[in-house]
Design a protein around this ligand. Structure first.
Ligand SMILES: *[C@@H]1O[C@H](CO)[C@@H](O)[C@H](O)[C@H]1NC(C)=O
Ligand SMILES: *[C@@H]1O[C@H](CO)[C@@H](O)[C@H](O)[C@H]1NC(C)=O
Ligand SMILES: *[C@@H]1O[C@H](CO)[C@@H](O)[C@H](O)[C@H]1NC(C)=O
Ligand SMILES: *[C@@H]1O[C@H](CO)[C@@H](O)[C@H](O)[C@H]1NC(C)=O
Length: 341
């Protein structure tokens, strides 16, 4: 059960210039600052991504472990950690060097009591009998990550807007975060989806409001982050080409992601032939079709588009950005059931 939490936080500091970008791996105040040129940023990001592949539990239900790390990142970002000593230790601690330890007191919520859990992910509710898989916690060698403190996090998020963007990995983390936070809310009826929508795999937007705390936690489905489109009729193309992925354009709903306090992206699992070429989706850059372009090259181009969008559109003084890529999927075995991750 190799479960690692990796997040890359792009964070421009005061000395930011157009060539410099500070990428900190892990929670914002945790060190490991790597400086590199803008041009090579994406390559670096890819390298980092490849070498520090993401996240938590490989087995289906394990995604509930992900949010503690996010909240710790938030805690650090906001300087909410009460214990200064602790903060200092965390700052100098390599949070990625550690191991999983089994501890009591988990999970942090009962999925059956949380209306935002998709049925398929409520493992205990669906009859799973073993519970050992619920009791793991990441322990960096040099420090302890503080335990998720729901009241503190609720207060920290007061009047804030948290936005998840990505595929189902983002959606399930969004669900988990809401459930973890709901455990600390007395009046559960004050927590609701803003459009009274139910969670479905295809829905493009879901927003849950915590009215007592005046914040929302939103999810935008954008599995590639860049825009999917159809080709104009005049364009010559082989018959196998049914649609394109416009690598130079961020998703058309991207304007809705700005003005957030925390913005968490993920993409990865859809960059595979079965979700692209096999269904007639090919790459496009500007007005030209790139039939020979490999998926890794396209992924890199899309990340460049994403990174320049971040640089252009996001007020880095306000918004804390996280980017995640491949991580263990929801399923432990592959089934022949057709799913939309
Ligand atoms: C979760 O909640 C349900 C319904 O409230 C309850 O039946 C079940 O025992 C709880 N599970 C755990 C592990 O506490
Ligand atoms: C609620 O949050 C918004 C920002 O999201 C803020 O402008 C507004 O003043 C807050 N309202 C209250 C009552 O705190
Ligand atoms: C959501 O699901 C509930 C229960 O299945 C159903 O009664 C309700 O109409 C659904 N809401 C929407 C907006 O589809
Ligand atoms: C961010 O804050 C710094 C220091 O207050 C300021 O100099 C800079 O212009 C701000 N950047 C943006 C994009 O608002």
């Amino acid at each position: 059960m190799s479960v690692l939490n990796r997040s890359i936080s792009l964070n421009r500091d005061g000395s930011f210039n157009r060539r410099g970008f500070s990428v900190s791996i892990g929670s914002p105040k945790v060190t490991n600052h790597v400086r590199f040129g803008w041009v090579s940023l994406k390559i670096q990001v890819l390298v980092i991504i490849a070498s520090v592949i993401s996240f938590f539990v490989a087995i289906g239900c394990g995604y509930i472990f992900v949010l503690p790390s996010l909240s710790h990142a938030l805690l650090n970002a906001q300087g909410v950690l009460s214990d200064h000593n602790h903060n200092e230790i965390l700052t100098s601690c390599d949070v990625f060097d550690g191991s999983w330890v089994r501890v009591p007191g988990y999970p942090l919520y009962n999925a059956t009591d949380c209306p935002f859990v998709e049925k398929g992910f409520n493992c205990l509710g669906n009859g799973r009998v073993d519970t050992d898989y619920l009791s793991w916690r990441w322990k960096p060698k040099g420090c302890n990550i503080p335990r998720f403190d729901v009241r503190a996090v609720l207060e920290m998020l007061r009047s804030k807007r948290v936005v998840f963007v990505g595929d189902s990995m983002s959606r399930t983390q969004w669900e988990s975060m809401i459930c973890m936070l709901m455990a600390g809310v007395e009046d559960k009826s004050g927590v609701y989806e803003v459009n009274q929508n139910n969670i479905t795999k295809r829905i493009r937007f879901l927003g849950v409001r915590f009215s007592a705390f005046n914040f929302t936690i939103e999810f935008f489905r954008s599995v590639f982050l860049v825009q999917q489109g159809t080709l104009p009729r005049y364009m010559q193309r082989p018959r196998r080409v049914k649609s394109t992925l416009m690598l130079d354009k961020l998703d058309d709903i991207s304007h809705q992601w700005v003005n957030s306090d925390v913005l968490i992206f993920n993409t990865g699992h859809w960059w595979v032939p079965s979700k692209l070429f096999d269904i007639g989706c090919y790459f496009q850059v500007k007005r030209s079709l790139r039939l020979g372009m490999s998926i890794p090259a396209a992924f890199k181009t899309a990340l460049e588009t994403w990174a320049s969008w971040v640089e252009r559109e996001i007020d880095s003084n306000r918004t804390r950005i996280f980017f995640r890529t491949f991580e263990p999927s929801h399923w432990r075995y592959s089934y022949t059931i057709v799913m939309n991750p």
